[in-house]
Design a protein around this ligand. Structure first.
Ligand code: WT7
Length: 639
């Protein structure tokens, strides 16, 4: 494949960016014409950011899987589409060519169809990182169903909430998943979730870990048996269902500052064009290269840069089942060496955790194949950036620091590898189609350079969030109401003397723990479910590896017995309600929380105490009980 829209110089970038802002319809219309459409669009773009109502490629008809699979078969059918590396290095890896992946997606599309899945139905996918996860995702897209992938670290309660919100009647899962030394009983977790979801009609279960599972008659079927039925019919192809460009492709739940996760909705046409465009340009992908994105497909990074971006570009995408530190901290380097990886895209938290093991795990690993390195998920500190640059990239690989969000679908601010300049800890410049603005606390746009503010986006890009599933108002309130006519990201940023952006972190009550987004209100709700808890307040604090750790202040009723055990019980409650990723790192029992006279918790003070600040806590005179601040500060947990 060649990419006529691949930018190859700084000047070209500047021209493309300017054109994309001045005339987005002309710009994206041209990019989109390189894709396979059943019918061309009538209108490239109509939009307003007040309702919001954004439509790209209206009237265009397509199926994204014809762009990710069918169109590559003639020229590159025998090229690897997916390279899969298992959790256990002693198990054999698998390679699926485009022909094979196409075949398997067609087979599983039949399975979905035979089990009653139709266009527009919601299918929840809860699986480990195995090729069948990508196959299930693509098969949903092929039959026109809306997939909602849930990360394997979420609890039964979180799954039930999502199933109910999406009214999903179908589930695809595994008996279990391998992750490092653990195996996670996925089907059991689904069974617990389904107690609260009687509307689920069918669960399709793939065998992976051979852990015992209960299969319920009339509801649960084995993936392998269903495939066998398609085989006996001679494996007919499954004709891709024709979709409108604005039909939903998937829902992905993400946390915000309110209690419940929101179902971010992306649509077929714009998402396809933008993930492909950013994949090709940010990483400067060259045909036949091996792209290794270490994210889980349960997060947006995996959707966009393991599945849809790379496959729509005919690339080879490496999918890794395990974790960076198992069986040892050299695992990434072994994989790079084994498959001659060219592009490595990972998270700052992974880099920091590997840094902590020193250089030993890198010894003897051939990393010469690497050409581009990338990071995503949180601000990267300079120390980690330089370590990555020096010891992994050997100072010859550009590092792309890609800023974006679940809601943006694809990379928004990033350097283009080797094309536009990098600057440690700066995401640098906006991609074509992206018009960032900084806004001060009064809602005024801050012009000029060397300034900071809240980061907003002024013009629509093809993969902007369309709605929050089942509740459009929520989408409007969350993203489009803080500042008129602007999309508000929830992040703070500064713009340096060259106009480069540095993302400084969330300005709302959202934490970023190991690159995962967690709402403080969600964690508080979970803590408050514990029988002995009266109330709680959760804030973030700087954590060497995770970026941010979770610090919980808890007012507890009657403490009889062991404080430490109670802490563990509370943490366990959070694991059960949300999932292990939301477990507090620190729990401090306090007599009361600092509140204003109107009852609002003063988080600013709690944040400072959690960060280790004991003086300069600011004005506490407006507090209802100013003495609690001293008491909390005295009892601070050291980290
Ligand atoms: C939040 C979005 C986008 C995929 C992974 C996370 C933070 C993301 C960067 C970066 C600084 C970053 C922001 C953003 N973030 N990338 N390169 N530099 N911060 O997706 O869960 O939707 O979280 O992650 O705070 O708002 P997400």
């Amino acid at each position: 494949m060649s990419y006529p829209y691949q930018i190859s110089s700084y000047e070209e970038y500047q021209i493309a960016w300017k054109k994309s802002i001045e005339d987005p319809a002309a710009f994206w219309g041209e990019v989109a014409s390189s894709f396979t459409w059943r019918k061309k669009w009538d209108n490239v773009l109509s939009w307003n950011f007040t309702e919001p109502n954004v439509k790209w490629f209206e009237g265009g008809k397509l199926n994204i899987t014809e762009n990710c699979l069918d169109r590559h078969l003639e020229k590159s059918g025998s090229m690897p589409a997916i390279i899969w590396e298992p959790n256990n290095p002693d198990e054999h890896h698998r390679i699926l060519t485009y022909n094979q992946l196409h075949f398997k997606v067609n087979q599983f599309s039949h399975v979905l169809h035979n089990n009653g899945v139709r266009k527009g139905d919601r299918v929840c996918i809860y699986m480990g990182m195995i090729p069948e996860l990508a196959i299930a995702v693509l098969a949903c897209a092929r039959v026109g169903a809306i997939h909602s992938v849930i990360f394997g670290g979420f609890s039964a309660q979180s799954i039930a909430d999502r199933l109910q919100d999406a009214k999903a009647e179908f589930i695809v899962t595994c008996d279990g998943a391998f992750r490092g030394a653990k195996d996670i009983p996925l089907k059991n977790v689904i069974d617990d979730a389904l107690i609260a979801c009687p509307f689920v009609k069918r669960t399709i279960v793939l065998t992976r870990t051979r852990t015992p599972v209960s299969m319920i008659k009339g509801r649960d079927v084995w993936w392998e048996d269903e495939i066998h039925k398609v085989e006996t019919l001679g494996n007919p192809a499954f004709p891709a269902v024709e979709m409108d460009a604005e039909d939903p492709l998937f829902i992905l739940y993400t946390s915000g500052s309110t209690g419940k996760p929101k179902g971010v909705v992306h649509t077929c046409g714009g998402y396809m064009v933008y993930t492909n465009y950013t994949f090709v340009n940010v990483f400067q992908y060259k045909p036949e290269e091996v792209h290794f994105c270490t994210a889980d497909i349960g997060w947006i990074t995996g959707h966009s840069y393991i599945v849809y971006g790379p496959l729509s570009a005919g690339a080879t995408s490496l999918l890794f089942e395990g974790i960076p530190t198992w069986p040892d901290a050299g695992r990434f380097w072994d994989i790079v060496d084994k498959f001659k990886v060219n592009i490595l895209y990972t998270a700052p938290t992974a880099i920091r955790s590997l840094m902590a093991f020193g250089l030993g795990p890198l010894h003897g690993k051939q990393l010469d194949s690497l050409r581009v390195l990338g990071t995503v998920g949180e601000p990267i500190n300079e120390e980690a950036w330089h370590w990555y640059d020096e010891h992994v990239g050997k100072r010859r690989c550009p590092i792309v620091d890609t800023w974006w969000q679940t809601e943006t679908g694809g990379v928004m601010i990033s350097n283009l590898a080797g094309i536009t300049p990098a600057k440690p800890s700066f995401a640098t410049l906006p991609l074509p189609g992206v018009d960032p603005v900084l806004v001060d606390e009064n809602g005024h746009v801050v012009e000029g350079n060397n300034v900071s503010g809240n980061l907003c986006l002024r013009s629509p890009w093809p993969s902007v969030i369309r709605t929050t599933y089942g509740d459009h108002d929520r989408c409007k309130t969350n993203y489009f109401s803080a500042y008129p006519e602007l999309y508000f990201t929830g992040d703070g940023a500064m713009r340096d003397e060259n106009g480069f952006y540095r993302i400084t972190g969330r300005v709302d009550d959202v934490l970023n723990v190991s690159g995962h987004r967690i709402g403080t209100a969600e964690v508080e709700n979970a803590i408050n479910m514990h029988a002995g808890v009266v109330e709680s307040a959760v804030v973030g604090y700087p954590h060497d590896i995770k970026g941010q750790g979770i610090y919980a202040y808890v007012v507890y009723g009657h403490m009889h017995g062991d404080e430490e055990l109670t802490r563990r019980d509370i943490a366990y409650t959070v694991s059960r309600i949300i999932g292990p990723i939301a477990r507090p790192d620190k729990i401090q029992f306090v007599m009361g929380l600092p509140k204003t006279r109107s009852g609002k918790i003063m988080r600013r003070i709690l944040r400072k105490i959690a960060e280790g600040e004991t003086e300069n806590l600011g004005d506490t005179s407006t507090l209802l009980e100013p003495q609690v601040v001293q008491e909390i500060s005295n009892g601070r947990l050291i980290h």
